[in-house]
Design a protein around this ligand. Structure first.
Ligand SMILES: [Fe+2]
Length: 309
């Protein structure tokens, strides 16, 4: 039995005070959105309660599927690095970036590179040789933990103002297919981490994953056992066809949301208990959510899934 916690879209706050020059371009709209709307939802004590709950539930590993920060201010990356350190050591926590983590073009070393020890990957067939990703070109990364292969995909690339869309890109899709095929042959439980849900929606161009069809084609061809995403700030349960049957695709609301609003959920995270079951796998999923007083998390639901292999 291996226990994996999934949380997403923490949007770590308080937002550092930006300098005037830093608000040029896309950041100004994001800053206004944070000040007048998002701060009321995400700015608060929920992440502290979440950390305390994770101490209690003590999962073997924690994954964070992006939107760690808000408008990609330089100081937000160091603030989020401190938050990640508080969540756990890099070998027990895996992160991938979301669209808010690449809000505007940034120098890698002083932005997502500061979190790269939570994004280490090993080359094929050599799980012990993990090293931090050094640029967008090092995605997807693969970390092996117990029976799990955590496959971190990046959909984060700077987009025009008012766009929250994402893109994987052809190079990364090709590499993803090769890695999933290899890991499948090795009998690993493949967990694909991706910020944007891999589906098409009505606002696809503006906030969806532009190459979601290509991603689905990779999973249909190479297979996966579980796909975890964030971005929508809603709970989601869907499935994608694989050579062995299907892979569940599960989304979780923002970890820091104080209350449900506009169809989006209050702060939740998922605990996955994963075990071999005959020729396949069994996943028991526990949903944990923040209470109205915001000072603790409780079990809100559970369900089980049987995954063929
Ligand atoms: Fe997002």
């Amino acid at each position: 039995m291996y226990t994996l916690a999934h949380l997403s879209d923490p949007h770590v706050s308080p937002l550092p005070r930006p300098r005037a020059a830093e608000l040029a371009g896309k950041r100004v709209t994001g800053y206004l959105s944070w000040t007048f709307r998002r701060n009321a939802i995400h700015g608060g004590p929920v992440l502290d309660s979440l950390s305390a709950d994770l101490q209690e539930t003590a999962p073997d590993h924690i994954v964070v599927t992006g939107d760690i920060i808000n408008i990609s201010l330089p100081d937000e990356y160091t603030q989020a690095q401190t938050w990640l350190r508080g969540l756990g050591p890099p070998d027990r926590v895996t992160a991938i970036p979301g669209n808010h983590d690449a809000y505007v073009p940034m120098d890698w070393q002083n932005s997502i590179g500061l979190w790269a020890d939570y994004m280490t990957g090993a080359p094929p067939g050599d799980a012990a040789q993990e090293r931090p990703v050094r640029s967008d070109d090092d995605f997807p990364f693969v970390r092996v933990r117990g029976p799990l292969a955590l496959v971190g995909v990046s959909t984060a690339c700077p987009m025009p103002p008012f766009s929250a869309a994402g893109r994987i890109g052809e190079r990364q899709l090709g590499e993803l297919q090769r890695r999933l095929q290899d890991l499948g042959r090795d009998g690993m439980f493949r967990v694909v981490l991706i910020h944007h849900p891999p589906f098409d929606g009505p606002a696809q161009r503006r906030k969806g994953l532009h190459d979601s069809a290509a991603f689905r084609a990779v999973v249909a061809e190479a297979g996966a056992e579980l796909v975890l995403h964030g971005h929508t700030h809603r709970s989601g349960l869907a499935k994608l066809p694989t050579p062995d049957g299907f892979a569940p695709v599960i989304g979780v609301p923002s970890a820091s949301a104080k209350y449900a609003h506009d169809g989006r959920g209050h702060g939740q995270y998922h605990l996955y208990r994963i075990a071999r079951d005959g020729n396949g796998w069994r996943i028991d999923v526990e949903v944990r959510g923040v209470v109205p007083t915001l000072d603790s998390f409780v079990r809100e639901g559970q369900f089980s899934l049987a995954i063929p292999q």
